[in-house]
Ligand binder design. Structure first.
Ligand code: GLN
Length: 220
């Protein structure tokens, strides 16, 4: 069965994300309304500006719906502003976030002088380094013990995974490397299998178990 992946298309760099997955033969739906999340296996939350994004998200119950997507095993991939939105705590300024990733993050943490730059980073489990583009990037300041660091810039974590949540402080859609898109397709595949199992369980009237870390805090 084909996977259903969406990209949050309220604001920011969503078209390039869709293109990057398209390169791999995986179509991506542009998501502008909460109801479109219902049948997704995975959602990309693109870079942009979180202040604007949070304003636009007030029109519909996005926080609840994204929490539900996560709770039923759906995969989430936040890049830059998306990573900020997923984190448990946001600084500079303090602002609401989904709290689906156990991390504290600081916005625009590299200062004005170097507000955009490129760097080569090593990706855990891969012998191919990745070129990462940072644009007014945030910094992870603290991460929980359940969070895996998949890449660092110098000593700092720049790519994290916690269960079905993947978060990058850079922009993987802007470079031709597709390793992270492949990783996310695998995560969405896992979501699809979980959902098939739970549907079968429901038909059999058995208790539904979702074998994922469901702990999440909504901080808004
Ligand atoms: N600076 C933006 C914010 O704090 C994020 C930048 C980006 O997504 N490229 O929301």
């Amino acid at each position: 069965m084909s996977l259903r992946i969406g990209v949050l298309a309220l604001q920011g760099n969503f078209a390039r994300h869709a293109q990057a997955f398209d390169d791999l033969g995986q179509p991506v739906v542009e998501v502008r309304h909460v109801r479109q999340l219902e049948d997704l296996d995975g959602l990309i939350i693109p870079g942009g500006e979180t202040t604007t994004l949070l304003n636009l998200m007030q029109d519909e119950p996005w926080f609840e719906a994204l929490g539900e997507l996560h709770a039923r095993g759906g995969a989430l991939f936040g890049t830059c502003a998306g990573a900020i939105l997923l984190s448990r705590e946001v600084n500079d300024p303090v602002q609401p976030s989904l709290g689906l990733l156990d991390a504290t993050i600081r916005r625009n943490a590299f200062g004005r002088q170097i507000d955009s730059f490129e760097a080569r980073i090593e990706l855990a489990g891969s012998d191919q380094p990745l070129t990462a583009v940072f644009i007014r990037a945030p910094r992870f300041e603290q991460i929980g013990s359940d969070v895996d660091v998949l890449a660092r810039l110098d000593d700092e974590p720049v790519l994290l995974r916690q269960g079905q949540v993947l978060a990058a402080t850079f922009h993987p859609e802007l470079t031709p490397d597709r390793q992270l898109q492949r990783m996310f397709i695998e995560m969405a595949g896992r979501a699809s299998r979980i959902q098939e199992t739970t549907t079968e369980d429901r038909t059999a009237d058995a208790p539904v178990t979702v074998p994922l870390n469901q702990e999440r805090r909504i901080t808004c």
